[in-house]
Design a protein around this ligand. Structure first.
Ligand code: FES
Ligand code: FE2
Length: 362
């Protein structure tokens, strides 16, 4: 058996590698855009950045959510900023207007131009899918649907979070980290560091000896039994199945659904800024977005413990990856898997390496 070494430092530090990722994997995978409740009504829009592009989602009069590159098809001015509601999309430069379907509707004096046909002009659309109330986009027009990438995740999550359709975001916690996105994602994807670094999580939430992470399609599926449900800091009796479990579905490359005991949904998503910076968002949800002391407390506890503990780890790793003294060490891959094994990192780094060096995007 040959040892598998961790990825070479350049994958995490080289701006050229990041550029390959930006135009490659980050533009060819399903990425979080917003929650459906952010654009609940026809005409609601939400602009966001992804892989160096400005995009916006908008809900049409037909109720369908569409996503477009945020650029006018006249002379390239940006169309919208932030969030809001509009009847039609009006470009601030020369007032060309577009329907919510992206179709050009009118422009000052365009009728004077022989052969100018507004029907020929349309905003450039982006593949969009709704996934349990979350809007995901993929800049690759030929991308396979999410179901192909993440087999079974939707069906499973519907069982773990039966009330998903009623949930709305209550709180977003933004966590800028001075590290490469892959350092942060790897940190999320193994629990070899948990017992030493996450005392609250490892002794309060999960039973480490039952923790395991396995690939399923492009999911890394975390499963564990819980330690001591009586010691939890909140009331966990929700009346749903799986109420006494902790589970998580990491959807390659930058999103994760987590379900805590009591069927409490929370999410992670990452946005890569450059080779050395990533922003992590923790999402917390409640029925109708109603105030919930339980969820607020959980968000605070999580921010003060697991999240805080991980920031120091990942930022130290990023500094270490720039050291001339670093030689990538062997991954600790236990054939029996389990909490103290890095088999999940083996899979993840295979996907990461393929994304930069070739190999299929999926
Ligand atoms: S650039 Fe949009 S109307 Fe001219
Ligand atoms: Fe961690």
């Amino acid at each position: 058996m040959t040892l598998t070494r961790s990825l070479a430092a350049k994958y995490y530090t080289d701006p050229q590698v990041f550029e390959i990722e930006r135009t490659g994997v980050l533009s060819q995978t399903w990425q979080f855009a917003c929650h459906v409740s952010d654009i609940a009504n026809p005409g609601d829009y939400h602009a966001f950045d992804l892989a160096g592009e400005s995009l916006f989602c908008v809900r049409g009069r037909d109720g369908v959510i569409r996503t477009f590159y945020n650029v006018c098809q006249h002379r390239a001015h940006q169309l919208v900023q932030g969030s809001g509601n509009t009847r039609v999309v009006v470009c601030p430069y020369h007032a060309w207007t577009y329907e919510l379907t992206g179709q050009m509707r009118a422009g000052p004096n365009v009728k004077s131009v022989e052969g100018f046909n507004t029907a020929d002009i349309c905003l450039t659309g982006v593949r969009t899918e709704e996934f349990l109330g979350f809007v995901f986009v993929n800049l690759d027009p030929n991308a396979k649907p999410m179901e192909d990438w993440f087999p079974n995740a939707r069906a499973e999550l519907e069982q773990w979070v039966p009330n998903w359709a009623a949930l709305k975001p209550l709180e977003w916690v933004e966590i800028p980290e001075r590290c490469n996105w892959k350092v942060s994602v790897e940190n999320y994807s193994e629990c070899y560091h948990c017992s030493l670094n996450h005392p609250t999580f490892a002794t309060g939430v999960v039973k480490p000896e039952t923790y395991d992470i396995q690939p399923e399609g492009k999911i890394l599926r975390h499963r564990t039994e819980c330690q001591n449900l009586d010691a939890m800091t909140y009331d966990i009796h929700s009346g749903f199945d799986h109420w006494n479990e902790y589970s998580s579905w990491f959807l390659w490359p930058m999103f994760s659904f987590q379900v805590y005991p009591g069927n409490v949904l929370n999410t992670y998503h990452w946005r890569a800024i450059d080779a050395d910076h990533v922003v992590v968002w923790r999402g917390w949800y409640s029925v109708d977005g109603a105030e919930s002391e339980t969820v607020r407390k959980l968000a605070i506890q999580d921010r003060e413990t697991t999240v805080e503990e991980d920031i120091h780890l990942v930022e130290s790793v990023q500094r270490g990856l720039k050291s001339r003294g670093y030689v990538p060490g062997p991954l600790v891959v236990d054939p029996k898997c389990g909490v103290n094994s890095e088999h999940s990192i083996l899979h993840l780094q295979r996907w990461m390496r393929d994304a930069v060096d070739g190999g299929a995007a999926q």
